[in-house]
Write a protein that binds this ligand. Structure first.
Ligand code: RB5
Length: 162
């Protein structure tokens, strides 16, 4: 079971290809007691994934949301957009192993899913693992992961100067 946590806010976004799965995920998270910010899309009418990845990535980058979940057909477009934003570490996962290590080693804060790649049951299982797993740099004091994330932050700072 995912622990209910009323203090954790999760921003959701999808395009038309992720709409059905986003609805399932929103229902699941609300049932678990999470705060949900739904940034759309709100139907399966064709739309452009960057328009929905951007507000979710901004929520996570600014701290307005602790985590983001982004869903398009493959999850690839969503992860490309989200990873443009400072402090956002989006991980495209299609299995629980990737989700576990994305949290443990990369401190990923956005989960990207492919609505045409994973079914609802697998997607929810991946999401559960993502939310239940802590960053090993914090939980276990594994300094190498903190050092590696520090290098990503340094790249972000240097790019900002240009
Ligand atoms: C939409 O057809 C599809 O291209 C989009 O959902 C996504 O998979 C892009 O990365």
């Amino acid at each position: 079971m995912v622990q209910s946590d009323h203090n954790v806010t999760i921003a959701l976004g999808c395009d038309h290809a992720g709409f059905q799965l986003k609805q399932e995920i929103a229902r699941f998270l609300l049932n678990q007691g999470y705060q949900v910010i739904d940034r759309g899309t709100l139907s399966d009418k064709p739309c452009d994934y960057p328009d929905f990845a951007e507000p979710v990535a901004r929520d996570v980058s600014s701290g307005n949301a602790r985590f983001g979940v982004l869903i398009c057909g493959t999850g690839i477009g969503m992860s490309i957009v989200a990873n443009k934003f400072p402090g956002v570490r989006a991980a495209l996962c299609s299995n629980e192993f990737s989700a576990r290590y994305a949290r443990m080693h990369n401190d990923a804060n956005v989960l990207a899913l492919g609505g045409r790649v994973v079914g609802v049951d697998l997607a929810l299982s991946i999401l559960r693992v993502f939310l239940e797993t802590g960053f090993a740099g914090e939980k276990r004091g594994e300094k190498r992961h903190v050092r590696r994330l520090g290098k990503i932050s340094k790249i972000e700072r240097e790019l900002k100067k240009k």
